[in-house]
Design a protein around this ligand. Structure first.
Ligand code: ITT
Length: 199
């Protein structure tokens, strides 16, 4: 039997790890979290793009392991707040505004119905091979007028994906993991791994 491809997921966000594990379930890929590998790393994300930040996280993690590393830099972009904002600052924006709950409350009041999107940018880095590959996933939608749902994390309770009339946080984990920006980037990554015969 072919051995599964081992990949280290370079994130300190347990929600991301859980979603990626669910999405990759059934493929010949074994995902290891930083915790699984006893890696402690939290580099400063001082890039200007998702790609730069994803690379910063993958590169920093690669110093601690020889298996390929996958990082995910993601965020929400809300047109009513300006071009690509908060985008790469999504996590910092919530912290600066008093935490995720307070921020979500402020956003449904201030930006209801504004067009918005979630973006996920993946970098797969294999320093042993000297290779880097990038994958991106987007899900379009709008900001809801109330906070809804208990699922997911972050901005999920205020984001209604196109084609739905409820927020992502109101969907089951299976449904989220079948439409999300993370799912779409993962499918592009899995296609690449299949085409290159890694899996
Ligand atoms: P790592 O950098 O360690 O991966 P992080 O949570 O800081 O963890 P990012 O820098 O990529 O990750 O920030 C992404 C932020 O964007 C995240 O904290 C959420 O606020 C938001 N976000 C990303 N994906 C999301 C999703 O699926 N649902 C809701 N919010 C999401």
């Amino acid at each position: 039997m072919k051995e599964k491809l081992k990949i280290c997921v370079a994130t300190n966000n347990e929600h991301k790890v859980g979603e990626l594990r669910a999405i990759f379930n059934g493929y010949d890929v074994e995902l290891y979290s930083l915790k699984d590998l006893n890696i402690v790393v939290d580099p400063e994300e001082n890039g200007k793009t998702y790609a730069e930040n994803a690379y910063i996280k993958a590169k920093a993690t690669s110093a601690f392991t020889s298996i390929p590393v996958l990082s995910d830099d993601s965020g929400i972009e809300i047109d009513a707040l300006g071009d690509h904002f908060p985008g790469i600052y999504s996590s910092r924006y919530a912290t600066k505004n008093g935490g995720q709950e307070v921020t979500n409350k402020m956003l449904v009041e201030k930006c209801a119905s504004s067009k918005a999107r979630f973006i996920a940018h993946f970098v797969l880095l294999n320093l042993e091979k000297g290779s880097r590959h990038d994958f991106e996933g987007i899900v379009n939608g709008k900001v809801s007028s109330t906070i809804e749902g208990k699922g997911g994390f972050g901005y999920d309770p205020i984001f209604v994906p196109d084609g739905y009339d409820v927020t992502i946080a109101s969907l089951s984990p299976e449904e989220k993991n079948h439409i999300s920006h993370r799912y779409r980037a993962s499918i592009a990554l899995l296609e690449f791994l299949k085409n290159e015969k890694y899996i």
